[in-house]
Design a binder for this molecule. Structure first.
Ligand SMILES: Cc1cc2nc3c(=O)[nH]c(=O)nc-3n(C[C@H](O)[C@H](O)[C@H](O)COP(=O)(O)O)c2cc1C
Length: 191
């Protein structure tokens, strides 16, 4: 039997990258779970950021941001970026996470996060107390250590931190279940 739970903001699971705005000299950053890719042509991410976030000002001012995927080993650092505000704390100094220059935008990427996107703001929509920011992905980066022999991201090496809303837990991914765009063919290849 299905139990009605009412309107919810929860969806399972969620990513939880650290999003950076600003510059090498004046970086701002926060953890964002409400983020994902929403287009491939052009490659674009959308994220929901509460209007009061310190980092949002820098993203709007420069028109750029980076998305930095932390490994599971950086759970504490990622959580800190999501509970402390740059208004009162130097989150990079406290956690020891460091920045390296991006390739095409002035907003830097996080050295210790092995997968990164460079984005240019292409749109914005207000939704209640939140601002949905659209960012075109201009460049992406991966540490050599998380790439397989063919140059693709090896998800086990990346070991991305995952956020479980509701339970408010961080987790890591489990085992491979099947090949996407393939296993469904067992029902017939009509696509
Ligand atoms: C796991 C996690 C996910 C979060 N996701 C979001 C989010 O999607 N949008 C948002 O506005 N804030 C989110 N937050 C809260 C911000 O990261 C937090 O308020 C942060 O302190 C804001 O930093 P700033 O004021 O320096 O920008 C999240 C926090 C955590 C711990």
């Amino acid at each position: 039997m299905k139990i009605r739970l009412g309107p919810t903001q929860n969806l399972y699971p969620m990513p939880c990258p650290i999003v950076v705005g600003g510059t090498m000299d004046q970086p701002r950053a926060l953890t964002v779970a409400w983020i994902n890719v929403v287009s491939s042509t052009p490659p674009t991410v959308a994220m929901g950021v509460r209007r009061t976030r310190h980092t949002l000002e820098a993203i709007r001012e420069r028109g750029t941001f980076t998305v930095n995927v932390p490994p599971a080993s950086l759970a504490a650092e990622t959580d800190y970026f999501g509970i402390a505000s740059g208004r009162t704390a130097d989150k990079f100094a406290v956690t020891g996470l460091s920045l390296v220059p991006s390739a095409v935008i002035e907003t830097p990427i996080i050295e210790q996060c092995p997968f990164n996107l460079e984005c240019r703001v292409t749109g914005e929509t207000e939704v209640g107390e939140y601002v949905v920011v659209l960012g075109e992905v201009l460049e992406s980066h991966a540490d050599e250590s998380v790439l397989d022999g063919g140059g693709a991201v090896d998800i086990e090496a990346l070991d991305p931190l995952v956020y479980i809303a509701g339970a408010r837990q961080y987790r890591r991914l489990g085992d491979k279940v099947a090949d996407a765009f393939k296993i469904g063919r067992s029902f017939g290849d009509s696509a």
